[in-house]
Design a protein around this ligand. Structure first.
Ligand SMILES: CC(C)(COP(=O)(O)OP(=O)(O)OC[C@H]1O[C@@H](n2cnc3c(N)ncnc32)[C@H](O)[C@@H]1OP(=O)(O)O)[C@@H](O)C(=O)NCCC(=O)NCCS
Length: 171
């Protein structure tokens, strides 16, 4: 398996991976919208390939944390991520996360926020975001809304509400 940055030629396959993994078009459409948005970081739209086949995709986009004193802290949202159903539970998702986190660190990003499976993301160091006094704009159980510091103190002095790109409102 190989992991690399997505290219234009991958767009259709990435749509398909997301559609198949989620069993609906919403997340696949979200990826297409985010690609056109200011939140998009091309180096953090990654595909997992087996031979010529795209079997997984992960996307990290720019978000802000609006602190209680109205200052803003830049962060990243991990969303969405998808692995073709027939290739799930083989570690591909985990490799995509690790690769993405390394790349994000290399690009000097300081933290990542994820809304997702409470038993999956902690394996990669995510902890409930409430430990950093970070809140979700969506009404979700606190343990599914998680954060990770990519560098020491990456979320120091941060406390507030995450602002996602408006494209997320479509999901
Ligand atoms: C989530 C997903 C990307 C993981 O990819 P993967 O290649 O299967 O991941 P890995 O093989 O690295 O890890 C599999 C682990 O994910 C867990 N997992 C997968 N889907 C899960 C779900 N819906 N709820 C809880 N855990 C889930 C498995 O239990 C397994 O845990 P284990 O390692 O303790 O056995 C993939 O299952 C997928 O595309 N799911 C559908 C889309 C989705 O839910 N995306 C995430 C949105 S937050």
């Amino acid at each position: 398996m190989n992991i690399r940055q997505e290219t234009k030629n991958d767009f259709n396959a990435v749509f398909e991976v997301n559609k198949l993994a989620f069993g609906q078009d919403s997340e696949a459409n979200l990826v297409e919208l985010l690609r056109q948005s200011e939140a998009f970081i091309p180096q953090l739209s990654l595909v997992a390939t087996l031979g010529n086949k795209i079997v997984g995709h992960i996307l990290f986009t720019k978000i802000q944390i609006i602190n209680d004193d109205k200052s803003e802290t830049d962060s990243l949202a991990l969303a969405p991520m998808a692995v073709r159903p027939e290739f799930q539970n083989k570690g591909i998702g985990g490799q995509l996360i690790k690769h993405g986190l390394d790349k994000a660190r290399e690009l000097q990003h300081k933290s990542v926020i994820v809304l997702g499976h409470e038993h999956y993301y902690p394996k990669f160091g995510f902890i409930p975001a409430e430990k950093y006094y970070i809140k979700s704009p969506y009404e979700v159980p606190t343990n599914v809304f998680m954060a990770l510091e990519l560098v020491t103190d990456g979320l120091k002095n941060t406390n507030g509400l995450v602002k996602y790109p408006q494209e997320f409102d479509t999901v």
